[in-house]
Design a protein around this ligand. Structure first.
Ligand code: FES
Length: 168
């Protein structure tokens, strides 16, 4: 229990931190679970920013520099999404069953972008996550950090339109 006692509070109330916590817990909050924990952050949020690095580093009691070292060494980590907006389509089982693939295809088509990439105009980074912890609201999209519940094709089109209409 001593290990969990000193665990810092999650950076935000975002449910995705629970998934990150679950990964760390599964590995007994051991330092050698660092890469897996960061990988979970990447999967859930689409990138690993400094807040996440600090949180994971503190939770596992590793120096922040070690966490930075990991994300800069492995190419599959992204420190922040390059697009102005980030759209993470959840492709976990619950969302998949409720049509996540269609939503992903729609977004990819609308912005002419592939999963994991940013649209040419730099407006949207399209990412996927395996489960963002809101299965009851499936299908879910996380738009700029906000969970959008029960996403329909119309809702997604509206979101794209809003981003498109934004000034410069
Ligand atoms: S599968 Fe999408 S939120 Fe869990």
């Amino acid at each position: 229990m001593a290990t969990t006692k000193a665990k810092p509070a999650t950076p935000t109330a975002d449910k995705r931190w629970r998934i990150v916590d679950a990964t760390m817990r599964r590995n007994g909050y051991k330092r050698n679970g660092l890469i897996e924990a960061l990988h979970t952050v990447q999967e859930c949020f689409g990138y690993v920013d400094e807040t996440a690095l600090r949180y994971v580093a503190q939770s596992l009691r590793v120096p922040l520099s070690a966490a930075f070292g990991v994300v800069t060494f492995y190419h599959f980590f992204t420190l922040r999404p390059p697009g102005k907006h980030t759209c993470v389509v959840c492709t976990g089982t619950a969302c998949y069953i409720r049509g996540a693939q269609k939503l992903l295809d729609q977004m990819a088509g609308e912005w002419n972008v592939q999963e994991g990439q940013t649209s040419r105009d730099g407006v949207v980074s399209l990412l996927t996550a395996r489960c963002v912890g809101s299965c009851g609201l499936a299908p879910v999209v996380v738009a700029d950090g906000d969970v959008v519940p029960k996403v329909t094709s119309e809702k997604l089109a509206e979101l794209s339109q809003r981003w498109r209409d934004e000034p410069g």
